[in-house]
Design a protein around this ligand. Sequence first.
Ligand code: ADP
Length: 403
Amino acid sequence: MTSKQPAYLVLNAGSSSLKFSAFRPRPSDGDLETLLSGQISGIGSIARFEAKAADRRPLGEHTWDDKDSACRDTLLQYVLNWINTTLVDDDIVAVGHRVVHGGLSLGQPMRVSPDLLDELDSLVPLAPLHQPHNVAPMRILARNFPDLAQVACFDTAFHSSQPPVARNYGLPQALTDAGVCSYGFHGLSYEYVTSHLLASRPDLAEGRVVICHLGNGSSLCAVKGGRSMDTSMGFSVLNGVPMGTRSGSIDPGVILYLMREKQMGLEELEDLLYRQSGLLGVSGISNDMKVLQESADPAAQKAVELFCFRVAKEVAAMAASMGGLDALVFTAGIGENSPEIRALIAERLDWLGVGVAPDANARKAYDISAADARVPVFVVPTNEEMMIARHTIQVLGHKPGHA
Ligand code: ADP
């Protein structure tokens, strides 16, 4: 009888989607290989399941009627059953979860327990649009599979190394002490990119690196010696550079003005800042950078220009937080896939010694630095799920090949 190999499931649950990936450690070196990935989209409307193998080959799809599309219990159970029947040689021994907020105290991934679930619930006010969805599958799994080990990995945790001065908003101290400060997000992406860069360029291990995570949600991080020193997102995911539909940083006086003069209430402001602003709001065309780049409409170009202007400005701010810049890294949907955006940002940073080589940039090489640039520039595809799988194995103390 052949025994099954231990495998790890990673879940990233959002308001209307449930993304999943499965990984298996290679017994030879312990490195993780991706077995499959997929998602259920349209939760709450018409839910649709899609999964693909590591080589992107489609493995399965399914659509629910509207009656079952809102039942997270049913949808999660479907994913688990499907994985168990698809991975005939593997056995899911633990689940790692992406959790947006770990507050000030959860600076490391943690094993899920009733106490941790209570603590995560207490953080809901800090991330009301994301945290409840992240936590829901943990409770479902704890109820249905009490023996299955679960680990929570926080998007805020990588930033726990930041000095207090980088987190302070200049509000009265009592508010700062109560947690009204900058937390930062995209931490699992920054951690993965940092580990990748340090493995391939150990000479940068003590260096000052700015990572630009440019996707639908975008932020930048100042990483010195492998540790987060500053970041552009803050108390919420609204801060920093303009994003697909989020404004990025604005003068807080604008909010007071909109409340007083335009009688805007909480929900209207939330909708404006989270869903109607950014690339979509400025262009009036789309939140999708690819669509804007392909459009000849001046409004689309205005949105692209604003994005590059603000990212370049934020790179300089991050460099100032570390006292210099030794490398620049692009990652996530826009950062990995748009040579034009990388070139436009680099052009604005010429004075800092940043430059990209047109050929290498166009073919998405790993090192896209111009020959004469003082600051090397890299493109690193992010893999937050892989980072979560690594943390899950580490937290549980599993050895490669021995769950
Ligand atoms: P999320 O924050 O939702 O994870 P992604 O990291 O997947 O988002 O990034 C999505 C963004 O990446 C979209 O704005 C999309 O237009 C952009 N993108 C993807 N491919 C390209 C491309 N080839 N050129 C320009 N933008 C692209």
